[in-house]
Design a protein around this ligand. Structure first.
Ligand code: NAD
Length: 245
């Protein structure tokens, strides 16, 4: 089998990097992305596999489409798209503004839709084994205080997984979601480092610790692999047991 060609959005650090690294260890050909410079991620991944970096801001549909088209041109084909770039918003409801709401939805929802559409358009006629992954969250099904825009955006990801899966099944394209719990990344590190916070969160997680980006990578590799060939429309929560409580 040829090496799978994978695009991971928002992958210079955090969960996206963990996912990219897991694919690299499987010998995939990769494109990683950020709106900022690659921050050393490219060199680390190139030590493991073929990897390219494309800088693109996914806060507009045009940015998302351009990234997919450039990634396809770079690798010559695409087998898997991992929609991961996302943002968190922790704002009291009274202080939520249209600007903050739009920023959250543009990245967490709109970019996923239009990157996925561009990916589907780039598939060759009869191409087998294509799949799309969408990174949601335990917040796709579980609310958090002061997170209306974020929770709504991640709830939308859950229904996008199901809706795209149903829409694309006839073309043999699988669509699945990954729902991380609390994962230590640049997005969450500042909060986790507040005295007492990590200890209290660890105590609420059945596994007794917050997740690391590499905990999520294996789930992505599995869902994109032929071993998951009859799985579509599912959300795989990678949360150390939080949702089982
Ligand atoms: P992060 O902020 O650590 O990393 C996000 C990545 O996306 C970075 O590479 C960043 O450069 C990139 N990015 C940000 N804005 C972008 C833009 N406009 N265009 C292109 N790239 C952009 O975040 P993370 O914690 O790794 O989160 C990744 C995904 O996982 C997000 O969708 C997030 O909602 C989700 N998630 C995270 C957690 C957690 O605890 N960390 C939990 C559940 C879900």
């Amino acid at each position: 089998m040829t090496q799978p060609c994978v695009l991971v959005t928002g992958s210079t650090h955090g969960i996206g990097y963990g996912i990219a690294e897991a694919f690299a260890r499987q010998g995939a050909r990769l494109v990683i992305n950020s709106h900022l410079p690659d921050n050393g991620a490219l060199a680390k991944l190139q030590a493991l596999a073929e990897c390219h970096f494309i800088q693109a801001d996914l806060s507009t549909a045009a940015g998302a489409v351009e990234l997919v088209e450039k990634a396809h041109a770079t690798l010559g084909r695409l087998d898997t798209l991992v929609n991961n770039a996302g943002t968190f918003l922790d704002t009291p409801f009274d202080e939520l503004t249209e600007e903050l709401f739009d920023r959250t939805f543009n990245l967490n929802v709109k970019a996923y839709v239009f990157a996925s559409q561009a990916f589907v358009r780039k598939l060759a006629p009869g191409q087998e084994g294509a799949s799309i992954l969408l990174v949601g969250s335990t917040n796709s099904v579980m609310a958090e205080r002061h997170s209306v825009a974020y929770d709504a955006s991640k709830g939308a990801v859950l229904m996008m997984v199901r809706s795209l899966a149903v829409s694309l099944a006839g073309r043999g394209i699988r669509v699945n979601g990954i729902g991380p719990g609390i994962v230590e990344t640049p997005l969450t590190k500042r909060g986790l480092d507040v005295p007492g916070v990590r200890k209290s969160l660890n105590a609420q997680i059945p596994f007794g610790r917050v997740g690391q980006p590499e905990d999520v990578g294996g789930a992505a590799v599995f869902l994109a692999s032929p071993a998951a060939g009859y799985i579509t429309g599912q959300m795989l929560f990678v949360d150390g047991g939080i949702l089982a409580i």
